[in-house]
Design a binder for this molecule. Structure first.
Ligand SMILES: [Zn+2]
Length: 683
């Protein structure tokens, strides 16, 4: 591993923050260097500090430690992510015999220079009890591969000799900080500390020295690992493995939990798939069930990955039904074991803890790769990143010996430690969290408004539109994890490909909003049959293709689902010369009910929104101007020509779709969103 420190970059960082003390700017610089290498730091893991003098809010100079605050990632840290805490207060704690975690957090918060700062890291005391100006801490995969061994402490001593102190495993907090300080004080010329089964600290007088010691010490670990020769034996795999698009919904369904509080509701997860040479070596290994189940590589991971991944059998392309049933049994076994693990350890802790959901956060699929899982795509990516780091660590550990993790009790204490759980936040989840919604015609007025409303309600959304650029722009406008896919619903092949892409990306489909449509006109007795067929192709068969693909995926998940169709006033109240549009829409209205009837027993609901007179690609501003002129009314009166006298918007339609998606006991429903029109009222 090479040092990335350069003087010009360091000076550029100092210049970027002219109001900051030089050392604090350099602290930002090297923190980012460490944080941008996934071999060292991932997702909020690791922390750094610098000790210096800063003026407090009254302008009085105070000796402080600026230490990474919770909620900040090292790779993108800003000065605000390094809150300043008064050092004398922290050092005073050292005189105590014990300090409870809650008291430690209180003391840290009470002595912040700026009370609006984020909480200082849970490892702040360790930084504070060391005398060095700069302290750096990472969970380097190479160092973990050395210490995650039955004789890890011994290996660390052999590799580092007198250069590094070795600290036995203790949970982060006051006790670990004291133990680390004692190891340092016994050998004050060490350049850092190896924390058994946890990570590495280095320190120095300046930013560069502390950072480059980290790089040098990690390099020593890498060199030791490079001497590892053991090759993992591979397991026998089926001749043909089923494709990701077929496997993902089965896995997603196998890990979903029935919501005990609400009939028909599921606690679903979003998937993030990874594969590659290292992952395949890992998941295809003959001893996968041993090394994958030993525990996490560093206890910092288990709030996001749980202690163990779920392992499913290799999905044989010729026996997908058998795979599905084996995957579901494996999912159930995982949950049962997790409940037992919780009960065992909670009893040891006095029964005061509340169990987290028992679903896995990483799934290993021999012959294919791995999935990270989360309630959002973002969380799924975090779990997948940590799983990839674990794969790298365990492969290295197995090459030099045997991967070995902490005992279950230590892992439980970390997973259920209030200070770790605080990292996950306590924000209330939005109503569609964990669900995946597909919207066709997603770049149009109603499609976009609907995609935006579903994303705001917590769903992951895929925008399907035949206009590639418009789809991409719509996804960008929604932001976050919205996915854009080009799809022409009149072409069965592209609909299948689009749904495969959604499934490969998010893991499945829970809600399909079949919205794409266009209006054709013509007097029905004279209209060319080709026009009628063209309209049926889009306004009926398009809906059928979307629904068919969605149902196929929902059936693989076995967690129900929701089909939503954009019907039209024309379906119940035909307009003069609108036969070519109204007829397929009338057939679609029956399609809605047919799906409700045929798939109700599977928990798949089917509803439609019947909207009228919405500004959109089907009713453009020019059309509105022409029609209101023809009727001799103002545009405003034309648009609000309904019982309520209110113009109906695409957002109103989106809210109706959302209400249907959330109404778990409503199916075969058609909701009218037209401001009131008795002639078009359903009877
Ligand atoms: Zn740590």
């Amino acid at each position: 591993m090479d040092s990335l420190y350069t003087d010009p970059d360091a000076e550029a960082c100092v210049a970027r923050y002219p109001d900051l003390p030089r050392d604090l700017a350099l602290r930002v610089y090297t923190t980012r260097l460490l944080g941008s290498d996934p071999r060292l730091v991932l997702h909020g893991g690791g922390n750094t500090s610098v000790k210096l003098t800063l003026p407090d809010l009254l302008g009085v100079a105070a000796e402080v430690i600026c230490v990474k605050g919770s909620g900040w990632d090292m790779g993108t840290i800003e000065p605000a992510g390094l809150p300043a805490v008064r050092l004398d207060a922290l050092r005073k704690l050292r005189e105590r015999n014990a300090v409870a975690d809650e008291d430690m957090v209180k003391v840290q918060r009470a002595h912040l220079l700026d009370p609006t700062s984020p909480n200082p890291s849970v490892e702040t005391l360790l930084h504070a009890f060391l005398p060095h100006r700069f302290v750096d801490h990472t969970h380097s995969t190479a160092v973990l591969a050395l210490v995650d061994q039955p004789d890890g402490e011994q290996i660390a001593r052999e590799v580092y000799g007198d250069a590094m102190g070795v600290v036995p495993f203790i949970m982060p907090g006051f006790a670990l900080a004291c133990a680390a300080a004692r190891v340092y004080e016994a050998k004050p010329d060490v350049e850092g500390l190896i924390l058994h089964k946890h990570g590495i600290f280095t320190f120095g007088d300046d930013a560069r020295q502390s950072y480059e010691r980290m790089i040098a010490m990690v390099t020593r670990a890498e060199e030791r690992l490079a001497r590892g020769r053991k090759v993992l034996p591979a397991a026998a795999l089926p001749a043909a493995v089923a494709p990701l698009a077929e496997v993902a919904p089965i896995v997603r369904g196998a890990v979903a939990l029935k919501n005990a509080k609400q009939e028909g509701a599921w606690h679903r997860l979003v998937l993030d798939f990874r594969t590659g040479e290292a992952i395949r070596t890992f998941v295809d290994g003959a001893e996968l069930s041993r090394y994958s189940q030993a525990g996490v590589v560093t206890p910092d991971h288990n709030i996001r990955t749980k202690n163990k991944p779920l392992v499913v059998p290799a999905p044989d392309a010729c026996g997908i039904a058998a795979f599905a049933s084996a995957a579901r049994s494996a999912g159930k076994r995982f949950r049962d074991e997790y409940r037992d693990y919780f009960a065992r350890n909670n009893a040891r802790c006095g029964g005061v803890k509340t169990m987290l959901d028992p679903a896995p956060r990483v799934v290993l699929v021999p012959g294919l790769g791995l999935f990270g899982l989360g309630r959002t795509k973002k969380d799924a990516r975090v779990a997948a990143d940590l799983a990839e780091a674990a794969v790298a660590t365990i492969l290295d550990a197995e090459a030099i010996g045997r991967f070995d993790a902490l005992p279950e009790a230590d892992l439980f204490d970390m997973e259920y430690w209030s200070l770790e759980q605080a990292k996950l936040g306590t924000a209330k989840e939005p109503p569609l969290a964990g669900q995946i919604a597909v919207v066709t015609g997603g770049a149009g007025a109603i499609g976009f408004a609907t995609a935006r409303a579903f994303a705001a309600a917590g769903a992951e959304v895929a925008i399907l539109d035949k206009d590639e650029i418009a789809a991409r722009e719509a996804a960008q406008r929604i932001g976050g994890t919205a996915l854009a896919i080009t799809c022409d619903v009149t072409d069965a092949r592209t609909v299948r490909i689009a749904f495969d892409r959604v499934v490969e990306h998010f893991g499945g489909v829970d809600i399909a909003i079949s919205n794409a449509g266009a209006a054709w006109q013509g007097r029905i007795g004279e209209v060319d049959e080709a026009v009628l067929r063209e309209s049926f192709e889009l306004n009926f068969y398009g809906h059928q293709r979307v629904a068919q693909n969605a149902v196929r995926i929902m059936q693989a998940q076995k967690t129900g689902g929701c089909l939503l169709f954009n019907a039209s006033k024309q379906a119940v109240n035909p307009g003069v010369n609108f036969g070519p549009y109204g007829l397929p829409k009338a057939a679609t209205l029956l399609l809605v009910r047919q799906y409700a009837l045929d798939y109700g027993p599977d928990g798949i609901r089917s509803n439609a929104v019947n909207a009228d007179r919405i500004r959109s690609g089907l009713l453009t501003d020019e059309m509105i101007a022409a029609r209101s002129r023809a009727r001799g009314v103002s545009e405003k009166d034309y648009m609000s020509g309904n019982l309520l006298g209110r113009e109906v918007t695409a957002d109103d339609v989106a809210q109706a779709f959302l209400a249907q998606a959330l109404a778990l006991k409503t199916t075969a429903d058609v909701t009218t969103v037209d401001g009131g029109n008795i002639a078009a009222a359903l009877r």
